[in-house]
Structures are given as structure tokens and as C-alpha cells.
Design a protein around this ligand. Structure first.
Ligand code: THU
Length: 164
């Protein structure tokens, strides 16, 4: 008889805030900037505007917004626009925080909009590279904001270079 599989569970740790006012002041600032960035999104096709803002350990803040294209897969998410911009313009600097928020046509997004799998894959590799966690602030300023102390909380079984 074969052994039954072992059922395992993992926990996802995060803090939940009911709106931006309850966040520490510096994180409020970063999420507010991410929200402003939604206006720079080029979301002609989805009409879904995502804004991101990340903060480096030296205090520099780098924005990002989703940039779409008529050839749909050529577009890029807000998170990766900000992450790659940071890597390209501030090489070697540690990313401490990344805030993400979004806006749709009817302004009716109330729940946090989570980074897609591609963006998480990029975040976890950047975490490994910098040997420091990237903390995430994900949510809608007026309703729900979740804070994670590492992108691994959202992609615990991440693929990594050791497996190549
Ligand atoms: N998008 C992001 O920018 N970030 C996410 O976390 C999810 C999705 C963008 C991609 C596309 O431009 C639009 O939202 C709809 O998928």
C-alpha cells in the first residue's frame, strides 16, 4: 500500500488596514504617489490604470504605470515598469518598498489589485539579488490596504535560478 500524501499548509502573513489614513505617514506618501501614477498609465485597451511607486534605501522614489500596446503582450505592468526603471537608473540600490494601486473606468475598484505572476517573479528575483526583502503595500487608498513584508508571501513557491 502506498503512503497517503502529507497534507501541508503555508501561512501568508500580512497586515490589513482599512484605508490609507491608518498607515504610517511615509507609506501613505508612497501609496498616494502610486495612485497619482495611475494617471500616467497608457491603458487604451483595458481602461484599467495601475500605478506603482517604489522607494529605495537612499530615499529615492521611482514611479511606474502600466503601458499597453496594440500588440497586447508587448505592454508592461506598472510594477515592472517601476522595478526595471529602478534597476536601470539606480543600479545596486536596495528596493525597500513597493506600493501598487489601480483605478478602472468607473472608479469602482475597492479590493486590492495584486501583482500578476510575471511581476511577482521579477520581484522575488530582485529580492534574492539584493539579499533584502521588498515590502509591498497593495490596495486602494479609500478602502483596503494590505502590507506584506516580502514578495515571497505572494509567490512562496517561486521558480529560481538554482533550478536551471
Ligand atoms: N496590470 C498591471 O499593471 N499590474 C497588475 O498587477 C495587474 C495588471 C495591467 C496590465 C494591463 O495593462 C492591465 O493592467 C489589464 O490587465
Amino acid at each position: 500500500m502506498c503512503k497517503p500524501p502529507q497534507k501541508k499548509t503555508i501561512e501568508i502573513a500580512y497586515s490589513e488596514y482599512s484605508g490609507i489614513d491608518h498607515l504610517p505617514a511615509d507609506l501613505q506618501q508612497l501609496l498616494t504617489l502610486a495612485y497619482k501614477e495611475t494617471h500616467n498609465a497608457y491603458a487604451l485597451y483595458s481602461k484599467f490604470q495601475v500605478g506603482a511607486a517604489l522607494r529605495l534605501s537612499d530615499g529615492a522614489v521611482i514611479p511606474g504605470s502600466n503601458q499597453e500596446n496594440a500588440s497586447y503582450p508587448a505592454g508592461l505592468c506598472a510594477e515592472r515598469v517601476a522595478l526595471f526603471s529602478a534597476a536601470g537608473s539606480h543600479p545596486g540600490k536596495t528596493i525597500e518598498w513597493l506600493a501598487v494601486t489601480a483605478k478602472n473606468k468607473t472608479n469602482s475598484v475597492v479590493d486590492p489589485v495584486f501583482p500578476c505572476g510575471f511581476c511577482l517573479q521579477v520581484m522575488v528575483e530582485m529580492e534574492r539579488k539584493q539579499n533584502r526583502p521588498i515590502q509591498l503595500i497593495i490596495g486602494q487608498p479609500d478602502t483596503r490596504v494590505l502590507v506584506f513584508d516580502s514578495s515571497y508571501q505572494l509567490l512562496p513557491f517561486a521558480f529560481n535560478a538554482d533550478q536551471l
